[in-house]
Design a protein around this ligand. Structure first.
Ligand code: FEO
Length: 394
């Protein structure tokens, strides 16, 4: 086993852990909370702060800066305008009047719109520009759409350290240290599935640039640092690649068991036919596992009952998420149970088509599955086999 490499002496964590946070973006479940990482890079002549923290924690950022012995900030690099990283900028600029924000043109405009950061406090940089701190050089790489249009990375060549903001992040508290990939992977997978998944092509493109840099350290803005980037990069490459074979995701919500019986019936038929599949209960709006399984699903089967004359809202949320997550699946179908009106479930089936999925005819039952349901599920399973679950059929 190799010895852990020594932490770069020029780099200090001045971020904030937020272990109590249970939901991000009012949508994404967090089991252990998160962190907002900010980093100080000290050269012989200048000091830079890379990113800030949620605005409610500005004072904790200032306390960490004081503990790190920072009395003057020359630059505040802003990798991303989203407020969990930029929200403390106005307070930082007030406290350190000599500091200049360093970011790209688009981010500068967004900071002005979102936080009223004055343009005259901003030093605009472009791809490949660098900043000399005296023995430490920061170089900026524009990485639009991982995951906003203005996102950028910062590279410190002397330490082979990459400040990656949301890229390679995980919602975990970190106490400013590195952890092994095995301890981060599950949270990173959820993070990727819920935040980066729609931008897989951009992720792959920028991953190639990161590989060329051959970083020794990756410092993301959420979760622990990566002292061994190889498994992090490999995992992101796989996640961004999408389905590598047929896989049917059966995502369902069931109130009284009828829809569950339909889903189980189809799952059994897929198993008999050797079709890889996974079943996820999305009752209670469990979006995390749904997002993860969508990453490499080639087909989505959505199971739902009616409630109050409409498809169950958990299923509607799943459909709404498809528009944002842009999964690579190409094929879909609906299984559903209703009490007196099948129209809402027919509409649910049609709504999947608006997410650019080819939709097979639904299997719907009034209450419990009926004797004829078995034949309908057999036909659906056979069609899924014929279509190779939507894999490589387009
Ligand atoms: Fe962690 Fe896109 O902000």
């Amino acid at each position: 086993m190799t010895e852990p490499q020594a932490w770069p002496t020029a780099i200090s964590w001045v971020g904030v852990d937020h272990p109590e946070r249970r939901v991000f973006d009012e949508l994404i479940p967090l089991s252990e909370g998160t962190s907002y990482n900010a980093w100080v890079v000290r050269g012989a002549t200048h000091t830079a702060l890379v990113d800030t923290v949620e605005p409610e924690f500005s004072n904790r950022l200032f306390a960490r800066l004081a503990d790190a012995g920072v009395t003057r900030l020359d630059y505040v690099v802003c990798s991303h305008a989203e407020q969990d990283h930029s929200g403390s900028l106005p307070a930082v600029l007030a406290r350190y009047p000599e500091a200049r924000v360093v970011t790209n043109r688009r981010c500068a405009d967004m900071l002005h719109d979102l936080l009223e950061v004055p343009h005259e406090r901003v030093q605009v940089v472009a791809d490949g520009d660098s900043l000399d701190l005296g023995g430490r050089t920061l170089r900026f790489l524009m990485t639009p759409w991982v995951h906003w249009p203005e996102t950028m990375l910062t590279w410190c060549a002397e330490d082979r350290a990459l400040f990656s903001c949301d890229f390679f992040g995980a919602h975990l508290p970190c106490e400013g240290v590195a952890r092994e990939w095995a301890a981060i992977a599950e949270a990173a997978h959820l993070y990727y599935a819920t935040i980066m998944a729609p931008f897989g092509n951009h992720v792959k493109k920028h991953l190639a640039r990161v590989r060329e840099l051959d970083p020794r350290w990756i410092f993301p803005s959420h979760g622990p640092a990566h002292a061994d980037p190889a498994p992090v990069l490999a995992a992101h490459q796989a996640w961004a690649s999408g389905p590598t074979g047929p896989k049917v995701l059966l995502a369902y919500v069931s109130m009284h068991g009828s829809t569950r019986l339909l889903v189980q019936g189809l799952a059994e038929r897929l198993a008999t036919r050797g079709v890889p599949h996974v079943v996820v209960d999305i009752g209670g709006f469990q979006v995390g596992q749904l997002a993860i399984e969508l990453l490499d699903a080639s087909m989505l089967v959505l199971g739902a009952p009616n409630v109050l004359n409409a498809p169950h809202p958990a299923a509607l949320l799943a459909v709404a998420l498809l528009a944002g997550l842009k999964p690579k699946a190409t094929l879909a179908a609906v299984l559903g149970s209703y009490g007196w009106n099948d129209k809402p479930l027919e509409d649910l089936s049609a709504s999947l088509a608006s997410a650019k999925l080819e939709v097979l005819p639904p299997v719907l039952t009034k209450g419990l599955p009926k004797p004829e349901t078995a034949g309908q599920l057999d036909a659906l399973a056979d069609e899924i086999v014929r279509r190779n679950a939507g894999f490589a059929t387009t």
